[in-house]
Design a protein around this ligand. Structure first.
Ligand SMILES: Cc1cc2nc3c(=O)[nH]c(=O)nc-3n(C[C@H](O)[C@H](O)[C@H](O)COP(=O)(O)OP(=O)(O)OC[C@H]3O[C@@H](n4cnc5c(N)ncnc54)[C@H](O)[C@@H]3O)c2cc1C
Length: 280
């Protein structure tokens, strides 16, 4: 299948890219193109204009900025996987697609795309990431809790570019676990869970995020509430995992019924929490 006809530009600065986005009723940013191009070929997305940000300098680095790390818009999944970022992010990036996808696709692209079953958005959510968006009137910060809105829908405006993801340095330990659509860890998540835990003898705080289960990456508030203040034992994890999908609208899809996905979410919460507690 071929995409519908479209215009293509490759500006050399973020400011020019933002300006270009305002030049068409339906324009799309392209970073790695690993999701955009297949969707254009399937004609599920038919932008009039593609704004390729791949030639803009200075966006392909992960930098250490004291109280947070900064992931630039062109940092690939492979770079994130091989970085010193928290385990939830390195693991979810290393389990994203295949080698080719990881070498071209970007962490910011995966987050901006907001696929309901993508790996890294749940890690960004569990780690309390902050998205930096640049638009015609400047930059703004969007907390991960407010960023994921619905299926393939983020809080970005059509003329905004996600230039950076900030991951706060909160200490503690994190992890990611999933069952992929083809079994094991390959492909999108049937259900996946990122967990972050801080310990001070007992579990002082936890953030747990689900992917593949609802209409967007979602914090499992019931689990977070249940595990905080406990000793982090297997019994405490077991009890917390029972609340995995509390308040979450679980979606049935080709890969599982509501019952199956709800069960799998509990299993993944148990595994991810246990590992995060061990890493803390
Ligand atoms: C064979 C295959 C297997 C895959 N398997 C997995 C998997 O197991 N797990 C998984 O999570 N993903 C998987 N993916 C998706 C892959 O991770 C994509 O790379 C990712 O979803 C999008 O990143 P990208 O840089 O390629 O973005 P693009 O394809 O360029 O863009 C995707 C969308 O995000 C928008 N966008 C991109 N960057 C920005 C930005 N900086 N600012 C604003 N908007 C932006 C685009 O306009 C577009 O709507 C797979 C893809 C393929 C082709």
């Amino acid at each position: 299948m071929y995409p519908r006809q479209f215009e293509y530009v490759a500006p050399s600065s973020i400011e020019d890219a933002v300006r270009e986005l305002g030049n068409a009723d339906m324009a799309k940013v392209m970073s790695g193109g690993m999701s955009l191009i297949p969707l254009m070929k399937l004609r599920l997305f038919s932008p009039e204009l593609v704004v390729d940000i791949g030639r803009i300098g200075g966006l392909d680095q992960i930098s250490d900025n004291g109280d947070h790390w900064s992931i630039g818009a062109l940092v690939t999944h492979a770079q994130t996987a091989a970085s010193g970022l928290p385990t939830a992010l390195t693991t979810s990036a290393s389990w994203t697609g295949d080698v080719q996808v990881r070498n071209r696709g970007t962490t910011c692209g995966a987050v901006a795309h907001a696929d309901i079953a993508a790996d890294q958005p749940s890690a960004v959510l569990a780690l309390g990431g902050v998205m930096v968006a640049q638009g015609p009137s400047g930059t703004r910060e969007i907390a991960a809790e407010d960023f994921f809105v619905d299926v393939l829908t983020s809080a970005l405006e059509p003329n905004e570019i996600l230039t950076e993801i900030r991951i706060p340095k909160r200490g503690g330990g994190s992890s990611y676990d999933k069952l992929g659509r083809r079994g094991g860890h390959t492909d999108y998540a049937v259900a996946g869970v990122s967990a972050w835990v801080s310990k001070n003898g007992s579990v002082s705080e936890a953030r747990v995020a689900l992917t593949g289960v609802g209409t967007k990456p979602t914090l499992a508030h019931g689990v977070m509430e249940a595990i905080a203040g406990t000793d982090g034992s297997d019994a405490a994890i077991e009890a917390a995992a029972e609340r995995a999908v509390e308040g979450v609208t679980v979606l049935e899809d080709l890969y599982g019924s509501v019952e199956y996905k709800s069960h799998l979410a509990k299993v993944m919460v148990k595994r991810a929490l246990k590992q995060a507690i061990a890493n803390a």
